[in-house]
Design a binder for this molecule. Sequence first.
Ligand code: URA
Length: 237
Amino acid sequence: MRLDKFLSVTATCSRSEAKAAAKAGKISVDGVVIKDTSFQLDENTANVVYCGKKIEYKQFTYIMLNKPQGYVSSTDDPKQKTVLELLPENFKKLGLFPCGRLDIDTTGLLILTNNGQLAHRLLAPKYHVDKTYFFTCYPPLDESSASALEKGVDIGEKSLTRPASLKYESDGTQGTITVSEGKFHQIKRMFHAVGSEITSLSRVEFAGIPLDEKLKKGEWRFLSKTEEDLLESAGDF
Ligand code: URA
């Protein structure tokens, strides 16, 4: 692989930044300063240091994003801002896409990856990946609507929704709900089916991975190795 491609697919920097850094003698491969970014290396074994930092090669990239309102969960859209616009410019070439969709007005945890096979498995209806949302709603839930949500409700699909788990405040206006399906507007339709409406929705956990509380809205970070393993195992059975 060319050095500039290596730096680009590891999301280290753009090709032009790589060129400038190489010219300035800030890139080394196996201890030798490399000034030409067309230099060929073996991505699996080369020890690449960029501006003093060792760059690990990974076949796939996994990102956790705290999605703000006003962004669509797709890779491009003619009219709306996409979640990809919240990532650095040089990530564009990585081929990242969101693992599932959050509505434009839903906030919270969105995982993006370029591991197409895994993302496909995580989204396939038969895999039942758990997703937890913090909600506010109105009119408030009462015991019977809450219990209906837990057991399964009719949202106009072939079958009732799968059992959900629900925790809510005694006044019924907010709480968390965990579902193992991801149908279009799933949570909003479930609440509507029991006579309530969602007034705000934020995903706080996906496949056992909680949203990092340190991430402000619009901020992102790479998944840790443990989180990557959780994701892999959620798409594993
Ligand atoms: N359910 C919804 O209704 N909207 C989302 O964005 C996610 C789940």
